[in-house]
Design a protein around this ligand. Structure first.
Ligand code: BMA
Length: 339
């Protein structure tokens, strides 16, 4: 069991969104990008829909919810993206390649408002492996696909402004050759002048750099700019084969997902300048401990309020969406400088 610190306060009416709140078939509603944009909160969430207990379910789509206060959400009548619409968007981008079956699934969205414009990052499962992509949107109902990575990569998260004149994102490749088990996947950055061509990759953080977690890690929500650096959440996985965890998907689920917090250098975000030495939030509440995959905290959204409260939205147990918050000064202070 990973020990929790009480830096974040869980919202009293968690979960803030779950399948029963959706006006369309929805079973597992989790991993949601959240942003404050044009006077309201916008959430794009993952929905795995279908029959309870069927490990494959029927499929995955992305839903849209909006809110005036970031706490009570109204879900749009229909999902806004699914594999069919992702195929169409990717065919526009790469007409020669994206045949009808190439894209299997689109999931785990993150929203970043970059210099006033809304972008969605997402993962897609394809015939060639898992890819990460970036799309732009005016209304969160139609999306212009801008780029797709080579496999295997996902958990793309954009910074909210250009750094050194270029767009920057965090990403999580899946290096599998030369990797000891369990999978120890790191976080990298890349840069782009136009959101389409991405390069200048640099490593940021590997599991070996963290004093907790023995498995993969990944970017979580889009970073928030502070005087001390980019305040950046991550997810960190610890696998303990000797301790099976609760969950309906499999009897042998043994991965705990916690949220972590780091500060990245303002001018070179591939440089870690501060870090919490323990998890920011570890599974503890019943909705985090039990569900499709129990003991999973998977943040994809973070919004700073004008009064300094930072709200972190996270998928809980791959089943519902919860929120926890803390004052920005306390979060920054918790990241101790690197030695
Ligand atoms: C990751 C992704 C996430 C999921 C997490 C925990 O690898 O598949 O979508 O929330 O595992 O199951």
């Amino acid at each position: 069991m990973i020990e929790n610190v009480s830096l974040l306060t869980r919202h009293a009416s968690n979960p803030v969104l779950e399948g029963k709140d959706c006006p369309f078939p929805a079973t597992l509603v989790f991993n949601a990008g959240v942003a404050y944009h044009e006077g309201r909160y916008v959430m794009v969430f993952r929905n795995d829909h279908g029959r309870w207990g069927d490990p494959q379910f029927d499929g995955t789509n992305l839903g849209l919810a909006t809110s005036s206060d970031g706490l009570s959400w109204e879900v749009e009548p229909e999902p806004i993206l699914d594999e069919e619409r992702a195929r169409a968007g990717l065919r526009d981008l790469y007409p020669e390649r994206f045949g009808p079956e190439f894209v299997k699934r689109i999931y785990d969205p993150r929203i970043t408002i970059v210099e006033g414009r809304a972008y969605l990052c997402f993962a897609v499962d394809t015939d060639h492996g898992v890819c990460g992509g970036v799309a732009e949107t005016d209304d969160f109902r139609s999306f212009r696909f801008l780029s797709l990575s080579a496999p295997d990569n996902r958990n793309f998260v954009l910074f909210p402004e250009r750094v050194g004149g270029e767009f920057v994102r965090l990403e999580r490749p899946f290096p599998s050759y030369m990797q000891p088990r369990p999978e120890r996947f790191p976080i990298w950055t890349s840069r782009s002048k136009d959101m389409r061509a991405w390069g200048a990759h640099r490593p940021v953080l590997g599991p070996e750099d963290l004093p907790y977690g023995n498995c993969k890690l990944g970017p979580a929500a889009p970073p928030i700019k502070t005087d001390r650096g980019w305040l950046t959440t991550i997810h960190v996985v610890n696998k303990d084969p000797a301790s099976p965890l609760a969950g309906w998907e499999a009897k042998d689920w043994t991965k705990t997902y916690v949220a972590g917090l780091v500060l990245l250098d303002l001018e070179d975000p591939s440089k870690v300048v501060g870090m919490m030495r323990e998890p920011l939030l570890a599974p503890e509440a019943p909705y985090e401990l039990d569900g499709f995959r129990g003991s999973v905290i998977f943040p994809c959204g973070m919004v700073a309020q004008p009064d300094g409260e930072v709200r972190m939205y996270y998928g809980a147990a791959d089943t519902c969406i919860a929120m926890a918050s803390a004052h920005i000064d306390d979060l920054i202070a918790a990241c101790r400088p690197m030695a």
